[in-house]
Design a binder for this molecule. Structure first.
Ligand SMILES: [Zn+2]
Length: 337
């Protein structure tokens, strides 16, 4: 990989949706030396422009989200247990008995009121146990409205696979940072590398960022669920089978010119890829698509086993192929398309 320590570092930063400050502060010094322009907006997006050269250049916006899924404390019980609500989509079964960490370093374990099988994926059946003796003790560590996210190390599996929390979407942030570093500064397009907030809450940051950038083309750089292992989703996404070129998800239909150019570039440059279709979930492509008078959109997606869990698994090769595709797409001259 180009810079695996950077990817590992990004996955370990605390940044539950709506509270991405530490992620942004880690990314900013990585990108600042390579930017022609860089700004943060009112909702917390970090937008980096690398200008191109030439007459017919397009504005291409790549969006990767800084936020991770998590939970927010809703009430604190007399016995010191914390009742929580979702910050993004969580499977109760994934969270059960897992460790979570608050921004101030307080660690807890997720438990369930009754058998997890009977929770029916209702997060209100879960609680977080931080070891507090009672409500007053808990309140010394955690307040109502504080958030927690999964807590655990970045590790390797066999076959070049990476297992970590928060690969969604710190791997996208990593891909954009690396692509920016490789942008030679004379491309036929202006490239906006956008590190956006609150994707997990409904693609909010990318919408605001796209309103500022007004791109010609908007590309979500994110993970997508894999289907190549026993689970409750079906489709053809496989890990290690190349970078996913988004064709369709329930929130967006990718633009045919965009997907056509991506497939052509992958073929020409021997970048392994797969056509990506999912029937549950979505990405920032959906919000960019509907900004202004409409934006041609697409997605560059890394197939992920066990998404939205403590233990998501991806292929390092797919991540790197994604950077290759971002670079090739950025360098493409769209004047004839
Ligand atoms: Zn994501």
């Amino acid at each position: 990989m180009r810079d695996e320590p950077l990817l590992e570092k990004l996955t370990q930063i605390w940044g539950v949706a709506g509270f991405e400050l530490a992620v942004r502060e880690a990314i900013r010094p990585e990108v600042e030396p390579f930017a022609d322009e860089l700004w943060e907006d009112a909702v917390g997006n970090l937008i980096v422009l690398k200008r191109g050269r030439g007459e017919n250049r397009r504005k291409i916006m790549f969006a990767a989200h800084m936020d991770q899924i998590g939970f927010m404390v809703k009430t604190i019980e007399e016995n010191g247990l914390l009742r929580i609500c979702n910050m993004g989509w969580n499977w109760a079964g994934s969270a059960y008995n897992e460790r979570v960490i608050f921004r101030n370093g307080t660690v807890g374990v997720v438990g369930c009121y009754g058998p997890i099988e009977e929770a029916n994926n209702k997060i209100e059946k879960l609680f977080v146990d931080i070891g507090a003796k009672n409500k007053a003790d808990a309140e010394r560590m955690v307040k109502i409205g504080d958030c927690c996210g999964y807590h655990g190390p970045y590790t390797h599996l066999a076959g070049g696979q990476i297992c970590s929390k928060s690969l969604d979407d710190r791997l996208g942030c990593y891909q954009l940072i690396e692509a920016l570093k490789e942008n030679p500064g004379d491309l036929p397009n202006d490239i906006y590398y956008c590190f956006v907030v609150q994707e997990e809450l409904g693609c909010r940051g990318s919408q605001v960022a796209a309103q500022q950038v007004q791109p010609d083309i908007g590309i979500a750089v994110d993970i997508t669920p894999a289907h190549d292992y026993p689970n409750d989703l079906t489709g053809s996404n496989r890990i290690g089978a190349g970078i996913g070129i988004k064709i369709c998800d329930p929130s967006v239909v990718a633009d045919e010119m965009v997907t056509g150019v991506m497939e052509k570039l992958c073929t020409e440059k021997n970048i392994p890829y797969q056509r990506e279709v999912i029937d549950r979930g979505g990405t920032d492509a959906s919000s960019m698509n509907l900004v202004g008078a409409g934006v041609r959109t697409g997605g560059i997606c890394v197939a992920t086993r066990y998404p939205h869990s403590q233990s998501s698994v991806v292929s390092a090769d797919d991540i790197e192929a994604g950077i290759d595709l971002i670079n090739a797409f950025s360098a493409f001259s769209f004047s004839q398309e």
